[in-house]
Design a protein around this ligand. Structure first.
Ligand SMILES: [Fe+2]
Length: 213
């Protein structure tokens, strides 16, 4: 465990933790984007991946400026959040409901980061590290925008679709069959819509594979 003698030590530890968090996210986001049913959701996750790659380099720049190395800390908070995101990827069910669950997992990640960057900015300010403040604020802005965009995507369509897909199931097969067997018509529709908008790239993903079993 690192020894905390001053705010400098706390700040460096926070930056290393964020560095680990962002790098874990760079690995996880492509899998989430690939499995998103909604093209809009997939695009939002892909664009946040590109932002996240830049966020990693900002932290490198700050730590370099402080004469400190980047490694040595694993962000266990992000590890847990990504673990929960992976659980969503393993779920079977209706596409809009799965997308709604994925958005929930992604927003937990964003809020965790927003909290961490808020603290790091305050610590940078307290030490008069103006360049660090500027870089961290740029990242914080991106995290807030990503969170907002996810809310919009959910509220503009996916949530309502997820409510409606349950209605379809109730009329066709009753509640009891919904979770385990799903609804063939609803799934086929969902996938063919997605195929039209996106080409075939996403049809080989998780949900396509599940249907074959
Ligand atoms: Fe981030």
């Amino acid at each position: 465990m690192p020894s905390m003698q001053s705010l400098h030590d706390v700040f460096v530890h926070e930056l290393r933790d964020l560095y680990s968090a962002e790098r874990q996210l760079v690995k996880a986001l492509p899998k989430m984007a690939k499995n998103a049913g909604s093209p809009e959701l997939a695009e939002a996750l892909e664009s946040h991946l590109r932002e996240t790659e830049v966020q990693v380099t900002r932290i490198e720049e700050i730590l370099e400026g402080l004469g400190e190395r980047t490694g040595g800390v694993k962000c266990k908070g992000m590890e847990g959040l990504i673990e929960e995101g992976k659980e969503v990827l393993d779920m079977d069910g209706e596409e809009p409901a799965l997308d709604a669950a994925m958005i929930g997992a992604a927003q937990r990640v964003e809020h965790y980061e927003i909290a961490a960057y808020g603290t790091a900015i305050a610590h940078a300010q307290a030490q008069g590290h103006r360049d660090a403040v500027r870089l961290l604020e740029a990242t914080l802005e991106e995290e807030k925008n990503a969170d907002k965009l996810l809310s919009q995507i959910a509220e503009r369509g996916i949530n309502a679709l997820a409510v409606a897909s349950a209605d379809i199931d109730i009329t066709n097969g009753g509640l009891a069959s919904r979770s385990s067997k799903g609804n063939g018509t609803a799934r086929r529709n969902g996938r063919s819509n997605r195929g039209l908008k996106n080409g075939s790239s996403r049809s080989g993903g998780r949900r396509g594979a599940k249907k074959a079993t």
